[in-house]
Design a protein around this ligand. Structure first.
Ligand code: DAH
Length: 347
């Protein structure tokens, strides 16, 4: 029995040393120490021993069990450490490998210029507002003093939704003047950028959808001088202090007097020619029309419940695409709408 126990011990220790996984270790534990294990089998034979031998063998069996248990524990710790080590090695991340760059987009060039313009006007005390693109003819035309039969109301120029010419895609941002004055009393300073729609063929300077920035200032003692000052100031801020602009008399039903402001063509620098040919950006004019403006017509003020005897104001409507073309030296308006990334990436 003594030999049996010694054999069990030495075999067990060798086998435990060779075990590499937690599963192999568990299998050995059951085989050596379990109810049907080798040691138990030996202990079952104790009854056959003499009373003198029994305690000696008992003690020996216990020491074999302790030795096996100790070894089991030692191997368990070692295997656990090895498994953890292998896992850490497999999951290691090399933080020095360069990362993959994610391509970032940016604002559309036209929105960059819009943002610039808004910032300038906000700095001058204007409130920026938004309004509907589907508009009523009463706001888009009638209350702006554009009477029935005016050519701009024609179905060939305007996108209508109904047969009575009452609901339309706004052809200008000027209806925002009426909407604002309905809800605000002077003194007031507002800026309303947005999309407008006209039945225009697309060419280098026209598109059926484009953007305008409407401005309106109404207070006591506002004059044409204030209008010119504000517009020249903004143009110099956008285009630099040597910006060349000119004012021409014009007619708009909702302002009196009215004017248009042009900017010198950035392509031909006012000569109207490029390489001996007519400049395609300004059609040979040398100037590009940027905005319409004027002193708010007394009837428009009255239509909004504002006393024209007490208050006066100026208004303007800037063409955003054309302003952006000059600011960013873009020669063809259609490029702004094509959304070709090769173009957009240049800004
Ligand atoms: N709404 C005009 C247009 O689309 C531009 C304009 C002219 C706006 C004079 C104004 C203004 O506010 O006072 O042609």
């Amino acid at each position: 029995m003594k030999e049996q126990l010694e054999l069990i011990k030495s075999n067990a220790l060798t086998a435990l040393d060779a075990a590499e996984t937690p599963a192999a270790l568990e299998e050995l534990r059951v085989k050596l120490l379990g109810k049907k294990g080798e040691l138990t089998a030996v202990l079952k034979q104790m009854g056959k021993l003499s009373p003198e031998e029994r305690p000696v063998m008992g003690q020996m069996a216990n020491s074999v069990r302790s030795a096996i248990e100790e070894k089991l524990e030692e191997r368990k710790t070692a295997i656990h450490a090895a498994v953890l080590e292998a896992k850490l090695a497999a999951e290691a991340i090399d933080v020095t490998i360069p990362g993959e760059t994610v391509a970032m987009g940016h604002q559309h060039p036209m929105n960059m210029v819009l943002q610039e313009i808004k910032d300038i006007f906000v700095g001058m005390g204007y409130t920026v507002v938004d309004g509907p693109e589907v508009e009523l003819a009463s706001y888009n035309f009638t209350r702006l003093n554009i009477e029935e039969g005016h050519p701009s109301r024609d179905r060939s120029d305007t996108f209508y939704f109904d047969d009575n010419n009452e609901i339309l895609l706004r052809t200008q941002t000027s209806p925002m003047q009426i909407r604002y004055m309905e809800n605000h009393k002077p003194p007031l300073c507002m800026l309303a950028p947005g999309r407008v729609f006209r039945k225009d063929e697309a060419d280098a300077t026209h598109s059926p959808m484009f953007h305008q920035i409407e401005g309106l200032v109404v207070a006591e003692d506002i004059t044409m001088g204030d209008l010119k000052g504000a517009l020249i100031n903004i143009m110099q801020k956008i285009y630099g202090h040597d910006a060349q602009v000119r004012f021409r008399p014009h007619h708009f039903p909702f302002t009196e007097p009215s004017c248009e402001m042009d900017m010198q063509c950035h392509k031909c620098h006012g000569t109207g020619e490029v390489d001996g040919k007519v400049c395609s950006t300004c059609h040979g004019e040398g100037w590009i029309e940027l905005l319409g403006a004027g002193m708010v017509h007394p009837k428009v003020l009255e239509n909004c419940g504002i006393d024209p005897e007490k208050y006066s104001g100026f208004a303007f409507g800037i063409g955003l695409e054309r302003t952006a073309m000059g600011r960013l030296k873009i020669n063809d308006l259609r490029l702004i709408f094509d959304n070709d990334v090769r173009f957009l990436n240049q800004f």
